[in-house]
Structures are given as C-alpha cells and as structure tokens.
Design a protein around this ligand. Sequence first.
Ligand code: ATP
Length: 463
Amino acid sequence: MKEITLEELAAFMKEQGFVYPGSEIYGGLANSFDFGPLGVELKNNVKKAWWEKFVKQSRYNVGLDSSILMNKEVWVATGHITSFNDPLIDCKKCKSRYRADKLIEDFTNGEITGDGMSNDDLVKYLYDHKVVCPNCGALDYTDIRKFNLMFKTHQGVLEDNKNEVYLRPETAQGIFVNFKNIQRTTRKKVPFGVGQVGKSFRNEITPGNFIFRVREFEQMELEFFCKPGTEIEWFQYWRKYCFDFLLSLGVKEDKLRYRDHDPEELAFYSNATTDIEFKFPWGFGELWGIASRTDYDLKAHQTHSGEALDYLDPTDNSKYIPYVVEPSVGVERVLLTVMFSAYDEEELTKADGSKDVRTVLHLHPVLAPYKVAILPLIKKNHADKALELFDLYSKYFTCVYDETANIGKRYRRQDAIGTPYAICVDDETLANNTVTVRNRDTMEQVTMSVDEVIPYIQEKLVF
Ligand code: ATP
C-alpha cells in the first residue's frame, strides 16, 4: 500500500480533475477550491451515501434543506455572535498568525487539543512547554484576541446594522428552529432525528491542509431528539453507527480512532462528546464530531424566541424539551479520508516477467465518480456500438466513454480515477451482442450479454 503525501494527493486530484484551486486564472483565492468533473461526482456520491444511511434507510430519521441565511436572532440565541470565536495569537518576531489551541495540538501531535482551555491556560501552556513559533522559533507571542468566525453580510439595499445577516457556520440551527414544524408535519414521535446536508461558512484563521480546513465547506449533520435520560444510550448508538459507516465506505480501520473528550474538555452543555479521527499524513485530525448536547439548543431557542419547543410524550403524557445527540461531519474531510484510503500504486508483473506500476483508486463502487467505462476496442469499427451502449447504460448509472489510445492505456486511466468496471466493445459485441467486463481491483474479465450488464452493475451499487 503506497502512503501518499498530502502534496502528492493534491497534485493528483488536480491532474485528474477532482479538485482545482479556486479562481486560479486570477491568481487564486487562498484556500478556496473548485470540484472538477470527477470531484463533483465523488462529492455527490459521498453525500448520497450519507443520506442513504442517515435518512433514507433510517427508521427514525427524516431530512431537511434549510436556508443558509437566517434571522440574526438565531445566532444571538445560540451564543454564536458572542462566543463563536477562535483564540488568535501572533508571533511578535515574524508576525505569523496562529490559533493558540492548534499550536498546542500540533506541538503534542494531537494529544492535547486545547478544547475547553481558557485563554490564560492556553498562553501558560505555550510558555511553560516552550511551544515556539513554528515559523521562526521565537517564544514571544502577543496576547490572545477573540476572533469571531462568522461571515457577515447585509440583506437588502441598506448596509446598516438592522440588515446584517450571517452565512451559517453550521447547518444544525436550521434543524432546531424547524423542530416544531417537522414534528407536527411528520407526526414523528421522539426518538427521531433530522438530517441535513449543506454549505457552511467559517472565516477560519488558519485554513490549510488542502481541503481539510477551508472557509466554505459542506456539512452532513444529524440532530437526533430523544427523551432525557436516554441520551447516553443514543450517543453510543450513533457513535458506533458513524464509525461503521466510514468502514463501509472503505476507510482504513487502522487509521481511524475514537477520541473521547475528557470531562474537563466538554463544552458546558455536553455530557458526552467523541471525535472520530483519521490519521492524515500530518497526524490525527477530527473527521466527525459526535456530541450529546442535552436540551441546550432547543431550550436556548425557546427562551430567546418565546415559542414553546417542548414535546408531549404520548407514551407517558410527560412534557419535556427533548435532549439531542448530534453527529456532525464535513463532506470535504470524508472525501479526503476516502481518497487517502483508496489511493495505491501497485507493482505488477507483466507476461514477459518485467515489472510495471499501476495507479489505482480502490474506491467503493457507490463512491466511484464513474461506475462503468465504455471502451471501443477499435474506434473505427466499434465506436458506434459503444456509443449506443453509453446512451443505454448511462440511464442506469454514471458512465464514461473513451476511444483514445490503446485499450491497455485506457484501462489504466480508468484504474487511476477509480472506475470499478470497464466494458470493452469488440467484434464479439457486433456478432453476438456480448461484452467483456473488466474488474478494476482484480483486473479479471468476464464475458456477458449486453443486457446482463445492467443488473450486474446495479447489484454492486446496492449500499
Ligand atoms: P475543528 O476543531 O477542526 O475546527 P470543529 O470542532 O470546530 O472542528 P465542528 O464545529 O464540530 O468542528 O464541525 C463538525 C464537522 O464539520 C467537523 O468534524 C469537520 O468534519 C467539519 N468542519 C468543521 N470546520 C471545517 C472547516 N473549516 N473545513 C472543513 N470541514 C470542517
């Protein structure tokens, strides 16, 4: 298994059309990225897989698509306006800017995260442990300033205070403010959950590590509402469910770990929190945050909006504000994790005994940008039939057609972008209506009739 570096992966993903630097012809916009023809397919497939398991196939959950722009009072109620801050610190000598908690996290290889530490604790830790500036080696920092991460803009024609709105920094609040609407219209009984996938924006102080930390990203969030007293059981349930979901996508188990938060690290409203972390080339990083958030969010909205958000439980006629378990994950981080797990450079022995290397992405078929490549063996003889099959098969699954270069090269190209099946259209197809289907991972080929291909591939896409 080849361990690819972050720089190599970023170059590979650009070269193949997964991810391009944003606004590139204008010199770029720092830490913004565009998803190319393969990237958009992969990203959509990650979101689709999450939706399958967290919404469509769940007995408990339903979905939502709420607005990015919300009433400013939402963010007053949640405390985001006053406290969605990062601890900003500068090196006095070289003027490099850091997040104080991330300096400590990097210094301790992720063992200490700085979560839950006060600004005074953070500064004391930096000096006590001689956490020097990674750029110039000095130990001379400014005081910590609080930096609010929300992007602010104005709605309507007047740019005054009254028209201020924020780009949401998480999708969760759209779910909380719709709790009553959803419960009433679906007649769901607690326990039930609401899932949402959508863009979030954070003006990160130190974005970086390619698409790991960006300012515009997508989240897949579930807010699971349960009866007070049952939340830890549900927390354990979702904690395992998320981990198993990652394994089912082919994420390498030996690179995943749970990091349970110590009591002193917990946010004041949480009675249990775990991060699922992945071992990236720079060390373990948070992939998925799973938090038992008690009734903090609904209570805050009830108090601030004046609308009752309690629930009458028909099982025992008790009235309560449901407790919430929230598994929250970024699409880009899952995508990165999946790519690190799938990428390989395999050494092959050719028929004449010589060695060769092929690049292959062992993506799960449900994630693969293209499910099937349709390749005419000889363009002038087989292209018409191959295009006819492209038109047919692309009604059932995403296909790509390629008629350039020799067939061996075309197979390799498809291996490198993770296409799990490649169909060769040749004289047999014209004579007998059969094709050969090559498996990306085993490189074995099986012959089947043109019609058999559809159920054969569809079966592999059940998830
Ligand atoms: P971090 O400590 O890495 O800043 P966080 O604890 O602030 O993350 P949450 O607020 O719990 O993150 O967000 C839930 C998930 O959203 C994260 O686990 C991550 O997968 C994703 N996420 C958060 N911020 C970003 C970002 N700037 N870029 C990409 N994904 C992000």
